[in-house]
Design a protein around this ligand. Structure first.
Ligand code: APR
Ligand code: PHB
Length: 389
């Protein structure tokens, strides 16, 4: 068979791209390795930049987000027993939306169903063939049979462990990586959030984050050792440690309950260049990973999707390839700025093994500078609500 765009990966990047292309009358087939339930079972960050909020609107999938999501116009930073606020609305005239990535993905699947889009789940052995020619095709196994789809373009939206990035010849690809010497132990609990805004806390015992999904569902994290295991942490031990790391006024009002999910995520910064090879384009986690501090993963995927959607629309509407020719350059320019923010915020908030007393003083001085300087807060707010596309 033939289609215009084969999208490898049915996570948020692939689904959002598929929906935006559909609205422009561009046909796409989505190939997903896992089942839909598996994709919807993943728990990921839940803070949407203004750009992604707009894209959800453009894609016609923002109805539930608008009623169930929470607009946040600031965040709290705790350190050294105190807490200060960075006011996004004041510094940027913009806000963020707290709405779980799982819900974003569910809304996109529902929209895909409504359009009758061709989505194949549980495909195996996806191979992207001849992406460096004008006539690429993709082969895969599905339902015990081998298939081939000819196409104009391939969008590699298959995450960090997908095939798309590895398809780009080593001769043209460069990977940049930083692995952090700690992870995040996360707990989801059916309890009201400790605060109506997120609290990012730097403490001598390590970082902690108080986040939420809704009024009855909270998400908390504590920095942990990379070799640690969730099995080492009873719920009580987790809550005790969280209380020790967050400012006292929050610790005193924290409502705890049984965890409904507990897992450890490693922290990594990763970028591959270029993000385009011939007719293959990488989007989202396939091309880059950020540490979760600041919740930029999904948001950076969304800006890639925006640039690729624009480029493909321009190509199909006017035969103009400028947008796709500059895709990698435009996407990477923003990706690196977002990497810088996530790296800066991670460095600011975590306790590093072997950190010297001088390093600790520098962290505290930087936090005090952020607390006292409206300009520093404005820079943080600009990045947090999302740099313009
Ligand atoms: N063939 C088909 N599908 C694949 C393959 C493959 N070889 N390899 C991976 N996939 C699928 C995965 O099963 C997954 O559903 O691609 C999808 C990629 O989804 P994500 O990993 O969620 O990546 P992406 O869609 O780019 O989402 C952006 O933002 O918050 C971050 O990391 C978080 O997932 C999030 C990301
Ligand atoms: C989350 O809610 O999971 C979350 C929120 C903010 C972050 C990271 C994760 O910076």
């Amino acid at each position: 068979m033939r289609t215009q765009v084969v999208i490898v990966g049915g996570g948020p990047s692939g689904l959002l791209l598929g929906q935006l292309l559909h609205l422009a009358g561009i046909d796409a087939v989505i190939l997903e390795r896992k089942s839909r339930d598996y994709v919807l079972g993943r728990i990921r960050a839940g803070v949407l930049e203004r750009g992604l909020v707009d894209l959800m609107g453009q894609a016609g999938v923002d109805a539930r987000m608008k009623t169930e999501g929470f607009v946040h116009d600031g965040t709290l930073i705790g350190y050294d027993g105190e807490m200060f606020r960075v006011d996004f609305a004041h510094h940027t005239d913009a806000t963020v939306m707290v709405y779980g990535q799982t819900e974003v993905t569910r809304d996109l699947y529902d929209a895909r169903d409504a359009t009758g889009g061709d989505t194949r789940f549980e495909v195996e052995n996806v191979v992207i063939c001849d992406p460096d020619t004008d006539s690429p095709h993709v082969t895969f196994d599905h339902g015990g049979q081998s298939h081939r789809i000819d196409c104009d373009f391939v969008a590699g939206c298959d995450g960090f462990h997908g095939v798309s990035r590895k398809t780009i010849s080593d001769a043209v690809r460069t990977d940049f990586e930083k692995v952090y010497p700690f992870g995040w132990l996360g707990v989801l609990s059916e309890t009201p959030p400790v605060n109506d805004e997120l609290i990012y806390a730097n403490s001598a015992r390590g970082f902690a984050l108080c986040s939420m999904r809704n009024a009855q569902l909270s998400r908390y994290y504590i920095q942990c050792d990379t070799a640690d295991s969730p099995d080492n942490w009873s719920d009580d031990a987790f809550w005790d440690e969280l209380r020790r790391r967050i400012p006292e006024e929050a610790a005193e009002t924290l409502i705890t309950g049984p965890s409904i999910e507990k897992s450890i995520a490693p922290l990594r910064s990763f970028v591959t260049e270029p993000m385009r090879w011939g007719r293959l384009f990488l989007c989202g986690d396939a091309a880059h990973i950020v540490p979760p501090t600041g919740a930029k993963g999904l948001n950076t995927a969304a800006s890639d999707v925006h640039y690729l959607n624009q480029g493909l629309r321009q190509f199909y509407a006017d035969g103009d390839s400028h947008g796709i020719d500059t895709y990698s350059q435009k996407a990477l320019a923003r990706v690196w700025k977002t990497q810088r923010f996530s790296w800066w915020f991670s460095n600011l908030m975590h306790h590093y093994p072997g950190q010297t007393e001088f390093d600790k003083k520098m962290q505290l001085a930087e936090l005090a500078f952020l607390r006292d300087s409206p300009e520093a807060q404005a820079a943080m707010a600009l990045n947090y609500v999302g740099l313009p596309y």
